[in-house]
Design a protein around this ligand. Structure first.
Ligand SMILES: *Cc1c(COP(=O)(O)O)cnc(C)c1O
Length: 365
């Protein structure tokens, strides 16, 4: 069975480097935060082209920290896309503010700038845009609206390490950029990890205090804090990954572009990739009439597929109290009903890429 994503190949290939990095952390017992977490922060900031990156324990807490750094609180509203992983919305909810869901476009499947303004109220404080599936969202249009209304733009970069919008890196566009290093993300930890990037020292300082139990000085808790630190082992593993991220990204782009070019079956619709963006193909999503039948067909061909995401955020049971109805975000709802994810990871062989393409082109469903 070809798995949708197979991380064991990555480990086999870079085992020596990973083992050496882990050994150093263990020898020095630099486990919670510390030297190797700090070193990764500096490397990751340089990679993103920003002065500051601060490591946290996952992508969800990265988003939560960004909301807290901006002072988002109960009574506020934050605009988020209906088509995203739920954690984008959680971060808003954790602060006591309300996520306000905006539909995606019919072609890029990302936040629709045309639908943002109608959702802005006197309580709106920020917009979180998501570079979904590795495809940068329409940052320029979103930023223009935000400026007109005095709102912050935060980037959810959990699926877009190294993606570019008009030549600029994801994570260097908005007020703050939030990354996840969950296993399977373009850059990943051996466990959980995340990072927040920014230009302003005040945000960086605030998040360093928030993630460290509200302390700048040990046992002096100057604000309500959290234990959101990045582990040293994860920092060390991430530094190894970051060295290889450019080659991994190159291979993802190669595979993504091959799928776009060679899957010729009119039964599939693919995500649009606007000219001014350089996507990094975190997930290769297609729309198909009956995804359940398609997944079964692919499994019979020995190819594992998946779905991202079968229920849009605004219709999740957890958000029932917000009162959204079917029909409120029609593009996101249509996508949720029809989406399917093809295998894509850097260690896939050409033969496997070819098998996926051939199976898709033969699909009659
Ligand atoms: C993975 C992901 C997150 C959450 O990251 P975790 O590290 O799993 O907490 C947030 N937003 C998006 C778009 C994601 O894909």
């Amino acid at each position: 069975m070809l798995k949708r994503i197979d991380l064991t190949r990555d480990y086999r290939r870079y085992r020596e480097e990973y083992q050496q990095a882990i050994e150093l952390v263990c020898k020095e017992s630099a486990f919670s935060g510390g030297k190797y977490a700090d070193q990764f922060d500096r490397e990751f900031a340089a990679f993103c082209g920003v002065p500051y990156a601060t490591g946290v324990n996952n992508g969800t807490t990265a988003l939560h920290c960004a909301m807290m750094a901006l002072g988002i609180k109960a009574g506020d509203e934050v605009i988020v896309p209906a088509n995203t992983y739920i954690a984008t919305a959680w971060a808003v909810t954790y602060t006591g503010a309300v996520p306000v869901f905006v539909d995606c476009t019919a072609d890029t499947w990302e936040i629709d700038p045309e639908r943002i303004e109608e959702k802005i109220t006197s309580r709106t404080k920020a917009i979180i845009g998501v570079h979904l599936y590795g495809q940068p969202f329409a940052f320029g249009q979103v930023e223009k609206i935000a400026k007109e209304h005095g709102l912050y733009v935060v980037e959810d970069c959990a699926q877009a390490h190294g993606a570019k919008y008009e030549g600029r890196m994801a994570g260097s566009l908005g007020e703050l950029g939030c990354f996840s290093f969950y296993p399977g993300k373009n850059l990943y930890a051996f466990g959980e990890g995340g990072s927040v990037t920014c230009y302003k020292k005040e945000y960086y300082d605030a998040i360093n205090v928030i993630k460290n139990q509200g302390c700048r000085v040990q046992y002096q808790h100057e604000r309500i804090g959290y234990n959101y630190r990045l582990e040293g082992l994860q920092g060390a593993v991430l530094s190894v990954g970051l060295r290889h991220l450019p080659e991994w990204t190159k291979r993802r782009i190669e595979i993504g572009e091959t799928y776009l070019r060679e899957i010729r079956n009119p039964r599939f619709t693919m995500q649009a990739h606007p000219e001014n963006t350089e996507p990094v193909y975190h997930l290769f999503e297609v729309m198909v009439e009956d995804p359940a039948a398609f997944l079964q067909y692919m499994a019979r061909q020995g190819i594992e597929c998946h779905r991202h995401y079968p229920v849009p955020c605004h219709l999740q049971k957890a958000y029932a109290s917000l009162g959204y109805r079917e029909g409120d975000c029609p593009n996101a709802e249509f996508l949720a009903k029809h989406c399917a994810t093809l295998p894509l990871f850097p260690e896939m062989t050409q033969e496997e890429v070819g098998r996926v393409i051939e199976a898709c082109n033969r699909y009659q469903g």
